[in-house]
Design a protein around this ligand. Structure first.
Ligand SMILES: *Cc1c(COP(=O)(O)O)cnc(C)c1O
Length: 392
């Protein structure tokens, strides 16, 4: 079986550096907030061109801290995509705020800025005929349109210019869910600098992954960064036992920072290699009938967290690929508005047709910097056979 994500090939490349850096942590023994954490934050901020980087224990906690630091809570409406990982919306409900889903642009899988405008207008006018709304937006006290969380799905930055224009019109803060897009660029800048705050993840399968859970918040706002630094250590003030707010235990382990320092050194090369793999797929699959390949608008680059295609006969194609030793994965088989966890919001099937269609048709092919041209040939030949099989 071809690996879906080839972390072994990556480890073979960086093993010496990873082991040396981990040994250094074992030797100094500062497992919590050791010197590697600050070194990593400097390196990440420099790489991203961001004023501040605050690392933390996961991408989910990065989103949570960014929401807490901006005071999101009960009575706030937070707009986001229904076609994303549960964490994007989970953090909204955890804080007592209300997620309001906005359908995606089917070409990019990212939140559709025009529909965002319609959703805010529907919320303010309490008019669900203008855009589907959760029941909480219609019962009781009106919700305040507070924030939008665009998601850079599969590594492709969202439509930030258009989203900022709609956000400015309605007074929404913008928090980027850049969990999948670390390294991607939008308008010549790293995607994590395209909003007041951005959250990324270092989960092993993300473009820059550690050996466990990890994440970071990026911002140019010094006060916001300071608040996140406080939130990640139980709301500390001047010192650990001076608590100025209630916060979290959300630090990044020093050992994970050491691993990430080794990986960051090869990350720019890996981004180029991911792009070459994506180009290799596009060259080989461009003329396969009824198979839709990912598109990257000319003003941005993709970090290629996933190479996601779509076809109406997904299940049959996946089964044929499995037979041929080619693994695939579906991100995401159920849009969030139809998840049991969000049943209380009162959405129904049909509310977000683009997200629902994508959930039924998308599948992702093996992707990492280490997919070689011969492996690309094997994958793409198997895929062409599979598509021919479902057409026959
Ligand atoms: C992975 C992911 C997260 C959560 O990151 P964790 O580090 O797993 O907590 C949030 N949003 C999106 C879009 C993700 O892909």
């Amino acid at each position: 079986m071809i690996p879906f994500i080839d972390l072994k090939a990556q480890y073979a490349r960086i093993e010496g550096d990873v082991r040396a850096r981990m040994d250094a942590v074992l030797a100094h023994g500062r497992f919590i907030m050791g010197p590697e954490v600050a070194e990593l934050e400097e390196g990440l901020a420099r790489f991203a061109g961001s004023g501040h980087c605050v690392t933390c224990s996961s991408g989910t906690d990065a989103l949570l801290m960014a929401l807490m630091a901006q005071g999101i809570g009960p009575g706030d409406a937070v707009f986001t995509s229904p076609f994303t990982f549960i964490a994007t919306a989970e953090v909204i409900t955890l804080l007592g705020a209300t997620p309001i889903f906005v359908d995606i642009d089917p070409a990019t899988f990212n939140l559709d800025p025009d529909r965002l405008d319609q959703a805010v207008a529907a919320l303010v006018g309490r008019d669900p005929s203008a855009h589907p709304l959760p029941s909480a937006a219609l019962d009781g006290a009106p919700l305040r349109p507070a924030m939008v969380i665009p998601v850079d799905l599969f590594g492709l930055p969202a439509d930030y210019d258009e989203i900022h224009a709609v956000a400015a019109k309605h007074g929404l803060a913008v928090l980027a869910d850049a969990a999948q897009s670390f390294g991607a660029e939008y308008g010549g800048r790293r995607a994590v600098t395209c909003a007041r705050a951005a959250a990324t993840s270092f989960f092993p399968a993300k473009p820059l992954g550690c050996f466990g859970d990890g994440g970071a918040v990026f911002t140019d706002d010094a006060t916001l960064a300071e608040t996140c630094r406080s939130l990640r250590v139980h709301g500390k003030g001047g010192h650990k036992y001076d608590n100025v707010r209630t916060g979290l235990n959300a630090r990044l382990d020093t050992l994970q920072a050491a691993v990430l320092l080794a990986k960051l050194a090869v990350f720019p090369d890996e981004l180029d290699e991911r792009r070459a793999v994506a180009d290799g797929y596009a060259e080989r699959l461009g003329d396969v009938p009824d198979l839709t390949l990912p598109t990257v608008p000319p003003d941005r680059t993709c970090a290629w967290a996933q190479y996601t295609v779509r076809h109406a006969a997904r299940e049959a194609i996946q089964a044929a690929l499995r037979e041929a030793g080619v693994p695939t994965a579906v991100y995401y088989p159920c849009p969030l508005h139809l998840q049991t966890a969000f049943a209380g919001l009162g959405y129904s099937a049909g509310d977000f047709p683009a997200a629902e269609a994508a959930s039924n048709e998308v599948f992702s092919l093996p992707m990492s910097p280490y997919v070689t041209p011969p492996t690309l040939d094997v994958i793409c030949d198997a895929l062409k056979d599979a598509v021919r099989g479902v057409g026959a």
